[in-house]
Design a protein around this ligand. Structure first.
Ligand SMILES: *[C@@H]1O[C@H](CO)[C@@H](O)[C@H](O)[C@H]1NC(C)=O
Ligand SMILES: *[C@@H]1O[C@H](CO)[C@@H](O)[C@H](O)[C@H]1NC(C)=O
Ligand SMILES: [Cu+2]
Length: 349
């Protein structure tokens, strides 16, 4: 955490404690969100949106992909606002996965993307989510892959990937061949690279991964965990294909860009998958809200030891050029300031 960022975070935290007593000069972006959760927007499952709502969402994503980058100071090869998000995820990959703040960070990341769609691209809905349990047993038939009312289908078939890191059951693997993102260009990645590039959107659907990891039993197992540490561990699973958790399930069932630990936000469906994980997180919190608005633990550093150091509610969450720094505390309640403190303002249907 650069010291300037830490300084900003502690100022924001102080300001939140002082509330209205001191009308401190909050950065405008935070000021408009802080304490202003009046209309809670409702996130819905993709297939419950009307045709027009689906069209509006995809139009807004394409709008973000056409808006010039704002993050060039730290991500010089970012071309679009959509790239800004992918770039920040690439930069922070090793500090936001297999850590105690994995869910909080991605919660803020998706909410910031939703905010950009709404405020910069005229989208008036909420971020939809993808309940992949509905597709676990018939992955290829998911309405998400519809070329007209969805995100388009699998990537073109390329030779089978025989490397030891290949996703079990993967098909496709090449550029998407239909749908709204058939001409999409990615400008960052793959992997950790932030070099200028121009790539297509790749997918390599694995129905086997979906069937194994994206099912209701796996979700129920996560929801049954009695503390946050275990809940988080079950969601993230392990760094192998024996247990990728429901987080890895969503990523590796799509494969291609989505299966890239660093560059996965280059896949537009990333945001629907992470909204679903966030929904499950909120569902878990809601089972004992008073306690679980405060329950946070897990390592500060990637796969850090059980003996700590662990994150706490005042741990800083940094989205670089995308949004002001906040703390985990500010992200514990999706209805944010309605319940007191925080920056979020949505719920799930
Ligand atoms: C990115 O550019 C650097 C510097 O030119 C180079 O060393 C590196 O190999 C490049 N990475 C990729 C993935 O192309
Ligand atoms: C750190 O978090 C883990 C996961 O919740 C927990 O099992 C462990 O006891 C914590 N360690 C400390 C020192 O708090
Ligand atoms: Cu991630």
């Amino acid at each position: 955490m650069p010291s300037v960022g830490a300084w900003l975070v502690s100022c924001l935290y102080l300001a939140s404690l002082l509330g209205n007593v001191v009308a401190g000069p909050l950065p405008e972006d935070v000021a408009t969100r802080w304490g202003s959760c009046k209309t809670v927007i409702k996130r819905k499952e993709w297939r419950t949106l009307s045709k027009d709502e689906k069209k509006d969402y995809i139009k807004a994503v394409k709008c973000l992909q056409a808006k010039p980058a704002r993050g060039k100071a730290t991500i010089p090869n970012s071309v679009s606002r959509f790239d800004d998000f992918q770039g920040v995820h690439i930069q922070q990959t090793f500090s936001i996965h297999f850590v105690g703040h994995f869910l909080a960070w991605h919660r803020y990341f998706v909410a910031t993307y939703e905010k950009a769609l709404r405020e910069e691209c005229g989208y008036d809905g909420a971020q939809p989510y993808w309940d992949w349990t509905l597709d676990a047993n018939n992955f290829l038939a998911s309405p998400l892959w519809d070329p007209v009312t969805g995100f388009g289908g699998n990537g073109a078939y390329i030779l089978p990937d025989t490397s030891p890191l290949a996703v079990p059951g993967a098909t496709g693997g090449g550029c998407v061949t239909n749908g709204p993102f058939v001409d999409m260009r990615l400008h960052l990645g793959p992997g950790a690279s932030l070099n200028a590039t121009s790539r297509c959107l790749r997918r390599g659907f694995s129905p086997l991964i979906a069937q194994t990891f994206s099912n209701t039993a796996r979700v129920n197992n996560a929801l049954a965990q009695v503390d946050f540490g275990w809940f988080n561990k079950v969601i993230e699973g392990e760094t192998n294909f024996v247990n990728v958790g429901i987080h890895g399930g969503g990523h590796y069932s799509i494969g291609g860009e989505a299966g890239d630990l660093y560059a996965s936000p280059g896949e537009p469906v990333f945001y629907l998958h992470h909204a679903n994980l966030d929904r499950i997180y909120w569902q878990w919190q809601s089972m004992d809200l008073p306690a679980r608005l405060r329950d946070i633990s897990g390592p500060v550093e990637l796969l850090g030891p059980i003996t700590g150091p662990n994150v706490t509610l005042s741990f800083p969450i940094d989205l670089g050029p995308l949004a002001p720094g906040v703390t985990i505390r500010d992200l514990m309640d999706v209805k944010g300031s309605k319940a007191g403190t925080g920056v979020l303002c949505y719920t799930y249907q």
